[in-house]
Design a protein around this ligand. Structure first.
Ligand SMILES: [Ca+2]
Ligand SMILES: [Ca+2]
Ligand SMILES: [Ca+2]
Length: 210
C-alpha cells in the first residue's frame, strides 16, 4: 500500500508538472515569421537552400532587428546571378548558390530574447537607386511590406519564399527559397503527450493494485 502511494504521488507530481508547463506556455512558444524571429532561449535553426528564380546576384543573411544593416551571419550566397535566364533565372546549389563554407546547408544559433530577421540583399535594385534589401520581418521593409512567405512543411519545418522587389514588386515569391528547421525547442504537443502518458500510467497502476 505504501508502495502504491509513493508511485501514485510521483506520477501525480509528474502530471501536475507537465500540465503546469503546458498551461503556462503561450499559444506559440516562439516567433518565426513576418512578425519577427524571436526565441525565449538560445535556439539552433538548420537552414537548407532550395532554389532561386531572380535575375540579381543575391545574398541571404541574418540580422538583429535593432541593427538591420549589420550582418550577423551569411546563410547562402549566389556566386553567380543565375544558371541562365531560362526558367526565371533558375539558381541551384551548388551550381550557383552555396553557404559561405560551401555546401547547401547552414545553421545559426539565435540568442534567446533577441529579435532577428532574415535579410535578402540583391545589391542595386530597380529602379536604380532603390534599396535591393528586403527583410522577412514586414516592419523592417521601407515602406512596410510583405517580402517573404512562411509556410509549414508536413515535417514541421518552414519553407520561406522571398520576393526581392526587383523589376518592381511582381510578388512572385520565388526569387530566393530556403527551408528552416527549428531545433531544441520543446513542442507543446510533446508536453501534452508527457502529461497523457503520466495519466495513463496512474490509471494502469491503480487498476493493477485493485
Ligand atoms: Ca539570382
Ligand atoms: Ca520578384
Ligand atoms: Ca522571380
Amino acid at each position: 500500500m505504501l508502495n502504491l502511494k509513493q508511485t501514485t504521488s510521483t506520477c501525480l507530481g509528474l502530471v501536475a508538472g507537465g500540465t503546469l508547463a503546458f498551461s503556462a506556455m503561450p499559444a506559440r512558444a516562439f516567433s518565426f515569421g513576418n512578425d519577427g524571429i524571436l526565441f525565449k532561449k538560445d535556439t539552433m535553426v538548420d537552414f537548407m537552400f532550395m532554389e532561386s528564380h531572380g535575375a540579381f546576384k543575391s545574398t541571404l543573411s541574418i540580422v538583429k532587428k535593432n541593427t538591420p544593416t549589420t550582418i550577423e551571419a551569411v546563410l547562402f550566397k549566389e556566386n553567380k546571378a543565375a544558371i541562365s535566364p531560362a526558367n526565371d533565372f533558375l539558381g541551384l546549389c551548388p551550381d550557383t548558390v552555396t553557404a559561405p563554407g560551401g555546401g547547401c546547408q547552414n545553421w545559426f544559433t539565435f540568442e534567446g530574447g533577441v529579435e532577428y530577421s532574415l535579410l535578402l540583399d540583391s545589391g542595386v535594385n530597380k529602379p536604380v537607386g532603390t534599396s535591393g534589401m528586403v527583410y522577412s520581418t514586414d516592419s523592417l521593409n521601407t515602406p512596410t511590406s510583405n517580402q517573404a512567405k512562411f509556410s509549414t512543411n508536413p515535417d514541421g519545418s518552414y519553407l520561406i519564399d522571398f520576393d526581392d522587389k526587383g523589376m518592381g514588386p511582381d510578388r512572385d515569391f520565388n526569387d530566393f527559397s530556403i527551408s528552416a528547421k527549428v531545433k531544441s525547442v520543446p513542442e507543446p504537443t510533446a508536453l501534452a503527450g508527457l502529461a497523457l502518458v503520466g495519466g495513463v500510467l496512474i490509471v494502469s497502476r491503480l487498476r493493477k493494485k485493485e
